[in-house]
Design a protein around this ligand. Structure first.
Ligand SMILES: Nc1ncnc2c1ncn2[C@@H]1O[C@H](COP(=O)(O)OP(=O)(O)OP(=O)(O)O)[C@@H](O)[C@H]1O
Ligand SMILES: [Mg+2]
Length: 202
């Protein structure tokens, strides 16, 4: 008997430019991601390596999804992660989706939480290359209680992985990437981007 998982259309959750995300047919609290056929495997393996490294470092996964290893699927290798769910059991929506409504109270919350997330990533020296609001989900925990969870864009593409092992180097990279790119990531949301700040390097 083959252990290959064959996702059905009902298992499909969402897709980005690189991957499709499906609910795990045997474990409803997890999802798996497969690469679009024409995409190269480099980024996929880099992400797997980086998440494995984070697990060995025992970082706090409060704002991340835990990586649970690989799986053979009818669409190729799948990388298994926690599925981010709201308190009502539905798949959480992206920060993009929420920001699109341009609600003043939500924008205030989002600015505070994005800044908090920035500091969490710096403190735990978790390197990212793309923190755009489609890569962040808003997990509803209860009435008026939400948390940002990053589902993509974590890791780096350095061939020599100093940023995975050296705290100073990693933090340097974090500051550079955020300060150079956050205005572009949040450009569609002027009320938010104008209040986000660069990391201040002393
Ligand atoms: N762990 C998760 N739980 C729930 N939904 C998720 C999860 N991971 C991804 N998704 C959904 O699937 C979409 C695509 O996943 P992901 O961002 O990982 O793909 P991608 O193709 O690598 O993205 P990009 O376009 O940034 O390259 C996300 O924007 C999100 O809506
Ligand atoms: Mg993405």
């Amino acid at each position: 008997m083959s252990d290959t998982v064959s996702p059905t259309p009902q298992d499909f959750i969402a897709e980005g430019t690189e991957r499709k995300c499906f609910r795990h047919p045997r474990n409803p609290d997890r999802c798996f991601k497969v690469l679009h056929p024409e995409r190269r495997l480099g980024r996929f393996w880099r992400e797997v390596r980086y998440y494995t490294r984070l697990r060995h470092r025992a970082v706090d996964f409060h704002h991340l999804t835990v990586f649970h290893g690989l799986l053979d699927t009818s669409l190729g290798k799948g990388a298994v992660f926690d599925l981010v769910l709201d308190d009502d059991g539905r798949v959480s929506k992206s920060l993009d989706t929420y920001l699109a409504s341009n609600d003043r109270a939500f924008n205030d919350w989002a600015v505070t939480e994005i800044e908090r997330l920035k500091h969490y990533l710096y403190d735990h020296w978790i390197v990212f290359h793309n923190l755009n609001p489609a890569n962040i989900l808003v997990k509803r925990l209860g009435f008026d209680e939400f948390r940002l969870v990053v589902v993509d864009g974590i890791g780096h593409n350095h061939f020599i992985p100093l940023a995975s092992y050296n705290r100073l180097y990693a933090r340097n990279k974090i500051v550079r990437v955020w300060n150079r790119r956050y205005r572009q990531w949040y450009a569609a949301y002027p009320a938010v981007v104008s209040r986000l700040t660069p990391y201040l390097v002393i």
